[in-house]
Design a protein around this ligand. Structure first.
Ligand SMILES: CC(=O)SCCNC(=O)CCNC(=O)[C@H](O)C(C)(C)COP(=O)(O)OP(=O)(O)OC[C@H]1O[C@@H](n2cnc3c(N)ncnc32)[C@H](O)[C@@H]1OP(=O)(O)O
Length: 440
């Protein structure tokens, strides 16, 4: 028996297209339904989305309304109902070495439970990726709600996210700490100041850390409380900024605290770090030490970091920090192998001929990568590839998070020449893991 519940004719009746401004309230309803949130959307949220969304890239599936096979109901319901949502927007992704490439950021993917497993996600994805390829985006990116969804569309997990929990009492920090001893200082900041210093600081971060994605002006507005909505009321967190001895901003931490006390009236507060971005090791050290030294805070949760984050080793006792979550986070789907591999930097020199499999037809082919620390050339064509890799796996390798040797051992990369995986791995591996700080 087929797992598909409907006939091809019934599926055909469902159209996938970009929404109009008037259709946005219903699109929000379908989105909320798919994400199991209360379906009704406030006018404020609709207005916020209208102001921000690129409607040409905001898709929905429109299915006949009413009960199929029940003509009277169809008549009563009339028209169509939105039963799936999908949105993409222009983004830049930093690759190893600090260059950025244009990417197609995919988000708000839902299919209503009444219409699941009829190929609607597949249709929306195919349409969006075809447009992204046409536009010249180097890759598509997303944060996957569940691991099994996106591999089939050519996405691979490209940057792992790790969350630490620090038991402050165990960390061994100096209880007399009163600020950085490097000539720099930590100052509290209000949202207005964050809107002034944050964007430039983030630009500096993304020029140095692979996996970081661009933030637009609205990102800073939303995240500093300028667009509160009933569904997303903004509660002002604490902001603190690190300045070096010359007064230059080099880091920002945003954190919130709960209000928990033990039976013996001892403080048991947890600081939840919402973001900590730093462009120098001094700023990173100062801001983590600062958060771990706030009086009453007994636990610090780090928010999403790279698995090789400095945090544990900034504490005199690194065992005071333990990873509470570590999982795939940023997924990428390479659309242009040549530009993807030429944009990034390489720590060593080498040459490898390889074949990329891409059943969707966007990025497959044979290529030869000649890399040096000074730059790389990736040419289409290779007489006899030394290995074959699916585009999914190439996505996982691209930013340096995954090991080609590991993929070969898992059977996800096929060597045609002994040592080819090690050769590719030596070129693509990076000295630091990529990090994507943003959910999008
Ligand atoms: C970037 C983001 O927005 S992440 C958020 C993703 N959204 C959610 O998780 C919300 C809840 N889930 C949903 O809305 C839907 O189930 C979706 C979007 C995940 C899938 O939509 P569907 O229209 O059912 O997917 P579609 O029918 O195109 O499935 C294509 C294939 O993927 C498989 N598939 C789809 N979803 C899943 C899943 N969650 N787990 C495993 N396999 C899946 C299908 O079985 C199908 O396989 P087949 O080709 O072998 O038959």
């Amino acid at each position: 028996m087929s797992s598909r519940a409907t006939t091809p004719e019934a599926r055909e009746a469902t159209t996938v297209r970009a929404v109009t401004e008037d259709e946005l309230p219903d699109w929000c309803r379908a989105l909320n339904t798919g994400f199991l949130r209360q379906p009704t959307t406030s006018p404020q949220t609709v207005a916020k989305r209208r102001a921000h969304f690129d409607l040409a890239r905001t898709r929905a599936a429109f299915a006949p309304a009413g009960g199929r096979g029940y003509p009277l109901l169809e008549e009563l319901g009339g028209g169509t109902r939105q039963v799936a949502t999908f949105r993409s927007f222009a983004q830049e992704l930093t690759v190893p070495g600090g260059a950025t490439v244009p990417t197609d950021a995919i988000t708000n993917v839902t299919v209503s439970p009444t219409h699941r497993r009829r190929g609607l996600l597949s249709r929306m994805m195919a349409a969006d990726l075809a447009e992204a390829k046409e536009r010249g985006d180097v890759a598509a990116t997303l944060i996957a709600a569940e691991y099994p969804i996106y591999g089939r569309f050519g996405f691979g997990p490209a940057a792992t996210g790790a969350v630490w929990e620090v038991d402050v009492s165990r960390a061994g920090l100096d209880p007399r700490w009163s600020g950085p001893d490097d000539g720099g200082r930590v100052d509290l900041a209000d949202p207005e100041e964050v809107r002034k210093v944050g964007p430039e600081l983030h630009e500096r971060l993304r020029a140095r850390v692979a996996g970081v994605v661009s933030r637009d002006e609205q990102w800073w507005q939303y995240n500093t409380g300028l667009w509160p909505t009933p569904e997303d009321p903004w509660a002002e967190p604490f902001h603190a900024v690190y300045r070096n001895a010359r007064g230059e901003v080099e880091g920002l931490v945003v954190y919130q605290s709960d209000d928990r006390w033990g039976d013996a009236k001892q403080p048991l507060n947890t600081a939840q770090v919402r973001q900590l971005i730093a462009v120098t090791p001094a700023a990173e050290r100062a801001l983590w030490t600062y958060v771990c030294s706030v009086d009453w805070i007994t636990t610090v949760r780090s928010g999403l970091r790279a698995p090789d984050d400095l945090l544990p080793h900034l504490l005199p006792d690194p065992r005071a920090a333990r990873i509470v979550t570590q999982a795939d986070f940023l997924w990428v789907r390479i659309l242009d192998v040549v530009r993807a591999l030429e944009a990034r930097s390489y720590d060593t020199s080498g040459e490898i001929a390889f074949e990329v499999l891409d059943p969707a037809g966007f990025a497959g082919g044979r290529f030869t990568l000649t890399a040096t620390p000074g730059g790389a050339v990736c040419s289409p064509g290779a007489a006899s590839p030394q290995l074959t890799v699916d585009v999914r796996e190439l996505g996982a390798l691209w930013l340096g998070d995954e090991s080609a040797v590991r993929l070969a051992a898992l059977g996800r990369l096929v060597e045609h020449e002994a040592g080819a995986a090690a050769g590719l791995g030596a070129l693509l591996r990076t000295s630091r893991r990529p990090w994507c700080p943003d959910v999008f």
